[in-house]
Design a protein around this ligand. Structure first.
Ligand code: UD1
Length: 310
């Protein structure tokens, strides 16, 4: 029996992870999610899943849950996920992306709760606009938005707690994750979900900037394999790993690929760049590759699977 807690488990990445973990029939999962971006429809229909609709910012609630249930694996995915949203809502971002997670690790420390591994999802946003490419985990960081500041602060807190108190914890810097179950409903949604929704439903799409910005687009199935691998690899501890495909693609190029896959033309317009936006992002994934479980779905294949899912 392995007991998992997934915060943000009704969201895009969390629900894909839950689907995958349930393939082991000894797994039970508790999902805590406030449904701000996630949805009940994402949650696997299984008697081994317990869903709690609640915000992780309720510290007393989260502490009591941890003390009472004693999870083996704790996966921290709940977040205000959009960089642009964090620019508009810095306080809420800080409460969700930093304080709530600090409360969780502090509860584990204070109550001396035993657990096998805690995983935290940090972000490529911590690298900022520094020119070195591709990004390696040991390069300098430059957190340029509240989003990046809070992701970096939580990452450091987790690694420091791990070292100071001998707690088994690991962080990963997600690059731009895409794939089935990504919610296009908000202007703050991930760009590929907005792009695909625009193409499929004949809606207009706005490029912020000229479309030359680059991202390292990583398929959600690869991210799920990476999280699961990091949770179950004892030597991956008190450290941070890039989770990426290791390929740099411009937004314009990916838009063209989606046009081809859907057979539809994009109704595109252009606006100035969003404040806090990073122009280029591209990862060196060799650190996680060395652990042996990372998969790299080629972009064409991942996009085709994504298009087929909608
Ligand atoms: C994304 C993730 C963030 C993650 C980070 C890691 C989301 C919402 N954000 O941030 O959680 O930590 O990657 O690298 O999943 N754009 C448009 N038109 C649109 C929407 C976006 O041109 O309608 C542009 C943006 O201005 C940006 C690019 O597309 O230049 C990517 O934007 P977005 O998908 O929001 O991702 P990131 O900011 O890279």
């Amino acid at each position: 029996m392995a007991k998992y807690l997934i915060t943000g488990g009704a969201g895009f990445i969390g629900s894909n992870l839950a689907d995958s973990l349930l393939k082991d029939d000894k797994t039970t999962i508790t999902i805590v999610d406030d449904l701000s971006m996630g949805s009940v429809a994402n949650i696997p229909d299984s008697s081994r899943v317990t869903f709690i609709e609640h915000s992780i910012t309720d510290h007393e609630f989260m502490s009591s849950l941890l003390i009472e249930k004693r999870y083996d694996y704790i996966v921290l995915l709940a977040a205000i996920a959009s960089v642009a949203d964090s620019v508009d809502r810095p306080f809420e971002t800080h409460q969700v992306n930093q304080e709530a997670n600090l409360n969780i690790i502090e509860t584990l420390r204070r109550e001396k709760l035993p657990f096998k591994k805690l995983f935290f999802s940090s972000s490529a946003a911590v690298y900022g606009q520094l020119p070195e490419m591709p990004k390696r985990e040991d390069q300098a960081v430059q957190p340029l938005t509240q989003y990046a500041v809070d992701k970096y602060a939580t990452e450091r807190a987790i690694i420091n707690y791990g070292r100071l108190y001998n707690m088994p914890m690991v962080c990963a810097r997600f690059f731009n994750v895409y794939g089935p179950k990504q919610n296009p409903a908000s202007p703050y949604s991930g760009v590929l979900s907005i792009l695909l929704d625009a193409l499929v439903n004949d809606k207009p799409f706005t490029f912020f900037g000229d479309g030359s910005q680059t991202r390292d687009f990583v398929f959600v199935g690869d991210v799920v394999n990476a999280i699961s691998g990091l949770l179950h690899t004892p030597m991956a501890v008190n450290d941070v790993y890039n989770i990426a495909n290791g390929k740099q693609t411009s937004l314009m190029a990916v838009a063209k690929q989606l046009e081809q896959l859907t057979g539809k033309p994009l109704k595109a317009s252009f606006k100035p760049e969003r404040s806090g936006d990073i122009h280029d992002s591209f990862a060196d994934a060799s650190k996680i590759n060395a652990l042996g479980f990372m998969t790299h779905t080629p972009l064409e294949k991942g996009l085709a699977q994504y298009v087929a899912s909608v």
